[in-house]
Design a protein around this ligand. Structure first.
Ligand code: NDP
Length: 252
């Protein structure tokens, strides 16, 4: 039910943090992984790590904000590995400022990286999934798909948008046997949130106090949901937004 042997999974931003945690899980379940990101050295290390654990992976360069770059990454995936079954739209960024201090360029950068990217990558992956008779798209939302924060207007808008894009793509492609779901991670210890801890005073204490599990998540905590949503076990689940948050979203 959870076997991914013979499947090819593209993980954008798969060279670190949540993306690498998911990539490791998908590789352990048997999928061939495409680590798709900009930083070649980080991608090289991620591929080596997946292979050291017995998985198979390649790295491809992509800037998910560029339509041409996304198109060439998906084409290279199919040219080199023959198919594309699973897409994890994970690449993301944040610029932490209140709305009144955020420039339009900064707004656009966050929306392009977090939301338009998911549209571009999903659209580019669709023909290969349809040809194969089905596929899985996993979009990464956030607690800010649900909640607001004064330091994250563009990020919150992009992650709210991810949930609605997920529902829209899920309805569009359901008859093609392509399931599209979103994962809403809680607070996960990654490069992104290490920077956040420096920029937002009291963040670490707030996360520990408010998360019922009493800890930050780790990349590995994201592996199980990735395998579930990529596998036949979730074939009748589509358009859902599933928190993976140690209970953060269930407690005031
Ligand atoms: P990281 O900063 O560790 O990872 C972000 C990844 O995105 C990197 O691998 C980076 O690779 C890639 N990336 C960024 N911009 C681009 C781009 N233009 N083109 C291609 N790749 C890009 O952060 P996280 O692992 O924490 O975040 C991953 C996702 O999870 C994001 O969508 C984030 O919003 C979301 N998330 C994170 C939470 C957390 O607590 N950490 C909570 C909720 C959601 P490179 O620089 O090599 O391109």
């Amino acid at each position: 039910m959870f076997d991914l042997k013979g499947k090819v999974a593209v993980v954008t931003g798969g060279n670190g943090g949540i993306g690498l945690g998911m990539a490791r899980g998908l590789a352990a379940a048997g999928a061939q992984i495409v680590v798709a990101a900009r930083n070649r050295e980080k991608s090289r290390v991620a591929v080596a790590e997946i292979e050291r654990r017995g998985g198979t992976a390649i790295a491809l360069d992509v800037d998910v904000t560029s339509e041409a770059s996304v198109e060439s990454m998906t084409k290279a995936t199919v040219d080199r590995l023959g198919r594309l079954d699973i897409l994890v739209n994970n690449a993301g960024t944040n610029i932490r400022k209140p709305a009144h201090d955020l420039t339009f360029d900064e707004w656009r950068h966050v929306l392009d990286t977090n939301l338009s990217s998911a549209f571009l990558c999903s659209r580019a992956a669709y023909p290969a999934m349809k040809r194969a008779g089905g596929g899985k798209v996993i979009n990464i939302g956030s607690m800010m798909s649900i909640f607001g924060a004064p330091f994250a207007p563009a990020y919150g808008a992009s992650k709210g948008g991810i949930v609605q894009l997920t529902k829209s793509l899920a309805t569009t492609w359901a008859r093609d046997n392509i399931q599209v779901n979103a994962v809403l991670p809680g607070w996960i210890d990654t490069e992104l949130t290490q920077k956040a801890r420096l920029e937002v005073s009291g963040l670490n204490e707030m996360v520990l106090r408010r998360t019922p599990a009493g800890r930050w998540g780790a990349g590995e905590d994201m592996a199980g949901i990735a395998v579930f949503l990529a596998s036949p076990a979730s074939d009748f689940i589509t358009g859902a937004a599933i928190p993976v948050d140690g209970g953060y979203s269930i407690q005031v």
